[in-house]
Design a protein around this ligand. Structure first.
Ligand code: ADP
Length: 452
């Protein structure tokens, strides 16, 4: 096992990794930007190093500073969390070249799955269904037009290097295509340094279903069933749950097998997520693989009783997977709500600032993963996630009731949060019935009206 793990991240996920390390008896190093001096991850780590100014590129994205911090403090492994450098193959490579273990897949695995167009081709070769679309990346507008006409409108143009909903544009008609294509290329170039895009048919009402994967260095890959992340705004997840109300045991086996086949084909090591779209007719299509721990991993933890972050660390240290999934079944039902410092009434505009009062919900089956406290100032530089509320119940109905009471008793004052909005979604008849898809919020603008 490692002696000392450096966490190359901030916020709730940095705290989450510190907890896992403490349970494993491993020392921790926090890195932080000048804007995060007062952060809890700095307080709870055994060691800490300031790595630069607040903007990401000067600190949490600065590979040189992070590796230097690991070397100075004698860390023998680095956990990247999610976001920032978590899926940066160059970072993983430089970490390994410095004789430090990268807690995650190999640089080659990150690269192979990081290019979404290549990952799509791999899926096709393995007989895993993909959404009808371009056979590979598309360079010219005219070529794209021709393919779009063939697959039929609407189509979605996606950045090959994409992530976080960026570099994606929908074209509903041939007339819109040219502009959407150019915008997607520009956005992709600005966000990812590569303007390469590809096309997919834009499904009308899909659900987002993803499979949690775990692989070890002894050749074992297994899946831990699905999460349903269909409640999205602008292609970004807001609420996640497991199991999916739309997945029965047969479909679970089929999607799970497809996910394992993909991960096995590259000898995948560590935690990963394979994302699919589930169409209304029950067909599922591979979308992409994320080669890291996900924001929504706790819903799987609540339904399996496995600690995915501890497992990531163990596997990186060369240990075999410590658990098996019996019969590919989840226990009870879990829901996660992402609480953001944003104003839903103002187009979800970020609302940073001082938290003046804080009281988290509690009770049986309620978990809150957060880094905030009363007196903490939410800096304007990073994503606006304040807390994740995760509940577990014996049934979906019990989980829903638990989430409603948890949100109603969650006090965060000083900044505007999405709590009242999330409470409304929990009470919406379609959500209660489990009948949502990725366009649900688009169809329900009244959920945003007159929020207290
Ligand atoms: P990112 O990597 O930026 O998160 P994804 O490829 O994972 O992008 O897609 C994010 C979301 O965009 C999906 O969950 C879904 O809501 C929507 N989406 C992506 N591809 C399609 C498609 N072909 N049809 C309909 N919706 C799609």
């Amino acid at each position: 096992m490692f002696q000392k793990v450096l966490i190359a991240n901030r916020g709730e996920i940095a705290l989450r990794v510190i907890r896992a390390c403490k349970e494993l008896g491993v020392e921790t190093v926090a890195v932080y930007s000048e804007a995060d001096r007062e952060s809890l991850h700095v307080r709870f780590a055994d060691d800490d190093v300031c790595i630069g100014r607040p903007p990401g590129r000067d600190s949490y994205l600065n590979i040189r500073h992070i590796i230097a911090a690991a070397e100075i403090t004698g860390a023998d492994a680095i956990h990247p969390g999610y976001g920032f450098l978590a899926e940066n193959a160059e970072f993983a490579e430089k970490v390994c070249a410095s004789n430090i273990t990268f807690i995650g897949p190999t640089p080659d695995q990150i690269r192979r799955m990081g290019d979404k167009a290549t990952a799509r081709t791999l899926a096709q070769q393995l007989g895993v269904p993909t959404v009808p679309g371009s056979p590979g990346p598309v360079d010219a507008v005219e070529e794209g037009q021709a393919i779009a006409a063939q697959i039929g409108f609407p189509v979605i143009i996606k950045a090959a290097a994409g992530g976080g909903g960026k570099g994606m544009r929908v074209a509903s008609t041939a007339e819109q295509f040219g502009q959407a294509f150019t915008l997607a290329q520009q956005e992709a170039l600005a966000a990812f340094g590569s303007g390469q895009v590809y096309l997919e048919k834009y499904l009308a009402r899909p659900r987002h279903i993803e499979i949690q994967i775990m692989g070890d260095t002894h050749g074992k890959v297994m899946h831990l069933c699905e999460r349903d992340c269909s409640v999205q705004r602008r292609h970004q997840k807001l609420i996640e749950e497991a199991p999916s109300p739309a997945v029965d045991q047969t479909l679970r086996q089929d999607i799970g097998d497809a996910a394992v086949r993909l991960a096995e084909s590259i000898g995948y090591v560590g935690a990963g997520t394979i994302e699919f779209l589930l169409d209304t007719d029950g067909s599922f299509y591979f979308m992409e693989m994320n080669t890291r721990i996900q924001v929504e991993h706790p819903v799987t933890e609540m339904c399996t009783n496995f600690d995915l972050v501890k497992e990531q660390i163990r596997v990186a240290a060369g240990e075999p997977l410590s658990f098996v999934m019996s019969g590919n079944r989840l226990r009870g039902h879990a829901i996660e709500c992402r609480v953001n410092a944003e104003d839903p009434a103002r187009n979800f505009q970020p609302s940073p600032g001082l938290i003046t009062a804080y009281h988290p919900p509690g009770g049986p089956g309620v978990r809150v993963d957060t880094h905030i406290y009363a007196g903490y100032t939410v800096p304007p530089y990073y994503d606006s996630l304040l807390a994740k509320v995760i509940v577990h119940g014996n049934s979906r109905a019990e989980a829903l009731a638990r989430m409603r009471q948890a949100l109603d008793s969650f006090i965060i004052e000083g900044v505007t949060t999405t709590i009242p909005f999330l409470g409304r979604v929990m009470r919406h008849p379609d959500f209660q019935a489990g009948k949502v898809d990725t366009k649900f919020l688009e169809r329900e603008p009244q959920l945003l009206k007159d929020l207290a």
